[in-house]
Write a protein that binds this ligand. Sequence first.
Ligand code: ADP
Ligand code: MG
Length: 690
Amino acid sequence: MDNSLREISAQYIKGVGPQRFKDLQRLGINSIYDLLYFFPRRYEDRREFKKISHLQEGSAELVMGEIFYVDLRQTRRRLHILEIRIKDGSGVLSAVWFNQPYLRKIFKEGKRVILYGKVERFLNLQMNSPEFEIVDEGKQDSLNMGRIVPVYALSGKLTQRILRTIIHETVKRYAYKLCEFIPYDIRKRNDLPNIVEAINWMHFPADFEKKEQARRRFVFEEFFLLQLGVGMKRIKEKIFKTGIRHQVSPEFFNLFMARLPFKLTESQIRVIKEIEADMAKPKPMQRLLQGEVGSGKTVIACYALLLTVNNGYQGALMAPTEILAEQHFVNLSNFLVPFGVKVGLLVSGTSPRMRQTIKEELREGEIEIIVGTHSLIEEDVVFKNLGLVVIDEQHKFGVWQRKSLQDKGLNPDCLIMTATPIPRTLALTLYGDLDISTLYELPKGRGKVFTYWVSEEKRNEVYDFIKEEIRKGRQAFIVYPLIEESEVLDVKSATQMYEELKERVFGEFRIGLLHGRLSSEEKNRVMQDFKEKRIDVLVSTLVIEVGIDIPNVTVIVVENAERFGLAQLHQLRGRIGRGKFPSYCILFSSAKTEEARQRLTALVRIQDGFKIAEEDLKIRGPGDFFGARQHGFPEIKMGDILKDMQILELSRKEAFSLLQYDPELKSPQHKIIWENLKERFPQLELLSVG
Ligand code: ADP
Ligand code: MG
């Protein structure tokens, strides 16, 4: 049973004493199993010796030759320099080592030596501190030379040679004990080597093709387990949970449409139908609604909420910021009160007395729709009969927060909305337990959005441009970056800028200031003033990042744009282009790092939110992307979610068809898969459906 390898300490390997064990632990290695799965970062091709006369300056090369000169000298600064020179019949190469005088004893004239290192040219061709190997007649070192050599991450006093030896020993003695857990037919269909071969090939491949095959297996293995986890959760939800069966009717939908001030887009109607179908089933809906910023998700949420109320249940809408919650509250109230629906608002700024009332009314079922922030998941918020939960801007929440709100009802339906869409296969993996609806089109008649990245010299021009827009009756946002560690500094820079702009630039106009430190009433007043055009320019911190919908705003200026992530910038840009006028997103930045530059040019170049997300993923790498995006999602170590998309798809297919006939991996031959799954992804949040 290979699990036992997880229980044998790496100290059992020859050459691993307490000090080395510590160094290994720093690399995350504790057990034999960890050693076997500690894969090389890269490989060096040391199969063929180069003739000295053919050496390329600047590249790493492998040569073998006879030592004909050894010299140990000391500089005035007491630096020991050991130099040797070797010849191979085609030329002469020297090699030097600094401050390793003991090497003098190793290199003897007349001995043959193998060197591996980067070639440079001083007087002669030379290598600095190359890896070396004395060729003992008859006994060739087969681990470090004359083969494809693995190169590992190191720590402490470990060297490549030491770690290579340790891992070689481990592979030799223990790899065969690993138990295969990917079923034979799956390996066969997908052309995967078995686990023992793959471990051998991963560390000490005979050729690069073998190494690729091995890598492919481990990528597959990882994705396969992940998809099984995701799939099990999904199946559990689908099979075992009973939810609410909502009554739906075309008349009700038509009535709703008739009251809207606009015509729904095709996409919106399709998505509403998908949601209706889910809500009509006696299973809890778990649906993710992906849609570009401004594509009109709120009205869909509104319909679903109204539907649950119409069925005698309560609905809850959770948004990540107070300002956004307030906006939803106002819009929903305006629209739903004529239907006779009672809407409530609960945010952190709600006064204690008001809170009390609201909580009571929720418990009694008097409030039919509650809009709020994280406040909604507080323990003493209790519903009479929660039928639908809507999460807006879900990427701002953790999985557990979503779950906490859902748990306030008896398997209520759940609609999760996001404006940071990701490619479909990815979405299926990451949100594998969710069904997905996508809004592709924006409502018609929107003005074009232009994006510019400008430098400081253009500042006055930009201000003049804003003034022109204001004179045309439009409004503008000016956004200051959030310095995560210090909201205080943030507020300070926004406040300063506000004072300055007010004094020196926009004297003739009305200018407002918005930040997170204002009280709820102050925030509301500012937003209300801005919405009703009593303010022309709103200076703000990141608090307006998501959701805010004011179609008359045509300019957003983002200061120090390099501080924002790509998805954030796209969200900010999503604040404009919501009306019929052309709109302008202007980024001020003297971006210094390559990455920041990439982000800004990507934003200028790309409009489409799906493409932005892909680009973001490429720039940041999956770890970062998902870390920030989807709290609680396990780290993917082997696979590259973009480059290995094909393997991801194959493994998904296999995982789901396996689960078709063994949804809980309970059969004896699948028990080992289940065990590996638990070990690999212990964040079983994914798997533990209540
Ligand atoms: P998001 O998807 O970013 O949450 P919103 O729901 O805030 O977008 O919608 C953006 C704006 O578009 C709102 O002012 C909304 O009233 C409007 N809107 C939504 N659907 C339509 C439509 N079909 N036609 C015209 N305007 C629409
Ligand atoms: Mg929205």
